[in-house]
Design a protein around this ligand. Structure first.
Ligand code: GLA
Ligand code: ZN
Length: 666
């Protein structure tokens, strides 16, 4: 069933208010709440003393209104008694400084006593709620994150390295520790890449980032194991942070969960330099989250009001809360849970606005959610479980992402932004995209884009090459194949293991200053010679080794040499893009690529209108989203019924400002 819910904190409010909350929730169509993920102090007020009575009462009341419950393990925010007893359980930042009490997520994920406390509270909750009929699932912790550099983690890092390298001789060789005399004689000599150590050995730093990511994966696994054993009928998920979060390999974190949930905020207090929302950013986040398991997801926190800690973000404009929630659904959400029910009068997030304001009286935002609740009651079953079927994939490599954090190569280059630019060009043309892991099966895609696969382990290279050999159309961009699995530069001409499939060699490369640029022109036989928008940041100077030139640089000492190439390999083709452009560059390029791949947009629409599709068996659903504050007209080209209103549409239809249609063939 399609779940429509809120994050609720009954512990923030007097118990006398709870019945009114439950009543208002039910009236808005809410059928699920997430509870307790920050209630450790209330559930274990002192060491080993548990109190679930208050939570039982809240759950009973909600259940009486037909509302199901997801429980969060509360480990993101430990009580003062716990941290007071274990001062070395505070996380240490890259500057070597230890956190102190006062916020949340201040814990070290490898600290033995912290882990023991985490297992105990998880076990106690699981035992207590395993048979409660209102409870349907669990959220582990809350938004895992942030690398810890504490002495415990350093010990564990050294242990992790022993498991990943035969011996120190091998490690020294693979990291090239001979450079600057870093040859390690003992595992205990190997440091974390603290800022106080300056620029680290790239091999060491990548290993540490992988270890830090694994430390959360294994921490979470302990909770998963307990929950699976105690609550075999409940699902287990975690609330991820979308595309933007960059310190955990999210593919790994998602592996043993039943499905991914994530937290979707579009107007944050930190992004106040502009009031403009980029719809492609929300779309990319959603497609990435769907890609972690190639499976539909939940939104565990969907924005329901202004964000705010010290600052208060721009208020969601009328219709935005609903529009963003539908955008999540359009990209694969099977549940929408709004953050949060009511704005808290106390605490750091005093200004993080929920559906209700501080005073608790329903207003504009409640009305908008209730309207959507009515619609979901009507259309939820049609939508639930329907799937996105994209023919284009973009490869997301956390190895590359981590390695670029260590060495961005050029101050203007940003790996996630590079992915975002290419994604945005496809999004603007209403082309569905999957975000995939580098080793995922690519055989079903008509077009695979692998932007800057900078770290290229053998198995990833083999996967990409096989895809082309079997008939795929692969696009690789600059700085691909540069490093091996240890973040060591390959002993080959670039793009290393992809040189043969691309039919080129990088003769040299030019990292450009911000005041330098170049331009490229298309020269492919049969295409009109057309100068494209400026490029910059990075220019690979390419030599053809079987490939043909698609575009040439027009300036500088490599004017007239190829910037973009195409190679036939096996039954497929590989395109190499050796430079970085702006939006017009990727717009032109993706148009050409879509032609090559014989892919058509879902619908031609005015720029602010986004279209996606989900398939319920062979029934196709079209989601049409107007991201602007003015009316927009579209013609879906056929006879459709809008599942949200049951109105029939067989010609041009006008979308209201921030309007949404969910169309099925009439
Ligand atoms: C995150 C957290 C929530 C809350 C919101 C708003 O997504 O998971 O607990 O802090 O952000 O800040
Ligand atoms: Zn630590």
């Amino acid at each position: 069933m399609f779940r429509f819910g809120v994050d609720y904190y009954p512990e923030h409010w007097p118990e006398t208010r709870w019945p009114e909350d439950a009543r208002l929730m039910a009236a808005a169509g809410i059928n699920v709440v997430r509870l307790a993920e920050f209630a450790w102090s209330k559930m274990e007020p002192s060491d080993g003393v548990f109190d679930f009575a208050w939570l039982d009462r809240a759950i009973d009341l909600l259940a009486a209104h037909g509302i199901a419950v997801i429980l969060g393990t509360p480990t993101a925010s430990p009580p003062p008694w716990l941290m007071g007893a274990h001062p070395d359980a505070y996380r240490v930042g890259p500057d070597g400084r230890r956190w102190t009490y006062g916020n949340r997520r201040e814990y070290c994920p490898t600290h033995a006593a912290y882990r023991a406390h985490s297992r105990r509270i998880t076990e106690a909750m699981a035992q207590h709620y395993a048979t409660n009929p209102a409870v349907i699932g669990w959220q582990t912790d809350n938004e895992f994150g942030d690398r810890c550099y504490c002495p415990t983690c350093v010990d564990n890092f050294q242990g992790w390295l022993r498991g990943h390298y035969e011996d120190l001789t091998e490690l020294n060789e693979r990291w090239g520790t001979v450079f600057w005399s870093h040859i390690y004689n003992g595992w205990e000599e190997i440091p974390p890449p603290l800022a106080t150590g300056g620029s680290p050995n790239p091999g060491l730093a990548l290993a540490f980032y992988r270890f830090a990511s694994d430390s959360y994966v294994t921490f979470q696994q302990e909770q998963i194991d307990i929950l699976r054993a105690q609550c075999p009928n409940h699902f287990i998920t975690h609330n991820f942070m979308g595309f933007g979060y960059d310190r955990i390999n999210y593919f790994d974190l998602a592996r043993n969960l039943d499905f991914v949930s994530w937290d979707n905020y579009q107007r944050m207090q930190w992004t106040m330099s502009t009031g403009v929302i980029d719809p492609a950013a929300g779309a990319l986040a959603a497609d990435t989250m769907r890609g972690l398991k190639q499976k539909n997801f939940w939104i565990m926190e969907q924005q329901a009001g202004s964000g705010g800690w010290e600052m208060v973000s721009v208020a969601p404009r009328p219709g935005e809360i609903r529009l963003w929630a539908y955008q999540s659904i359009a990209h694969g959400a099977d549940a929408i849970v709004f953050f949060r029910w009511r704005t808290m009068r106390y605490g750091t997030e005093q200004y993080w606005h929920g559906i209700l304001d501080h005073h608790g009286i329903p207003g504009r935002r409640y009305d908008e959610v209730r309207r959507m609740g009515d619609e979901i009651t009507r259309a939820g079953n049609d939508i639930f479980g329907s799937t996105v079927r994209a023919k284009v994939a973009i490869v997301l490599s956390y190895d590359a992402r981590f390695a670029f954090q260590i060495q961005p190569n050029n101050p203007q280059f940003d790996y996630p932004r590079h992915i975002g630019q290419i994604y945005r060009a496809l999004h603007a043309q209403n082309i569905p995209v999957d975000i995939v892991a580098p080793t995922d099966d690519l055989s079903g895609y008509a077009l695979v884009i692998a932007p800057s696969v900078y770290v290229l382990p053998d198995d990833v290279a083999a996967n990409l090459v096989e895809y082309v050999r079997d008939g795929g159309l692969l696009v690789v961009t600059q700085r691909s194949g540069v490093k091996d699995d240890d973040n060591t530069v390959v002993n080959m001409k670039l793009p290393g293991l992809l040189a043969e499939v691309c039919g080129i060699e990088v003769a040299e490369y030019d990292s450009l200053a911000p005041d330098m640029s170049n331009a490229v022109e298309f020269v492919l036989p049969g295409m009109t010679r057309e100068t494209m928008a400026a490029v910059g940041t990075w220019c690979d100077v390419l030599e053809l080794a079987g490939a043909e030139a698609v575009a040439l640089y027009t300036q500088d000492y490599y004017a007239g040499t190829p910037a973009i190439t195409r190679n036939h390999f096996g039954a497929g083709q590989a395109i190499y893009i050796g430079t970085v452009g702006g939006d017009p560059f990727y717009a032109t390029l993706t148009q050409w690529l879509l032609e090559l791949a014989a892919l058509e947009p879902l619908m031609e629409t005015p720029a602010p209108v986004e279209v996606t599709e989900r398939w319920q068996g062979d029934r196709r659903l079209l989601f049409v989203l107007n991201h602007s504050d003015s009316e927009q007209s579209v013609n879906p080209g056929g006879a459709f019924v809008d599942l949200l209103t049951n109105e029939t549409i067989d010609d041009t239809v006008t979308l209201a400002p921030r309007g949404v249609l969910v169309l099925a063939a009439a």
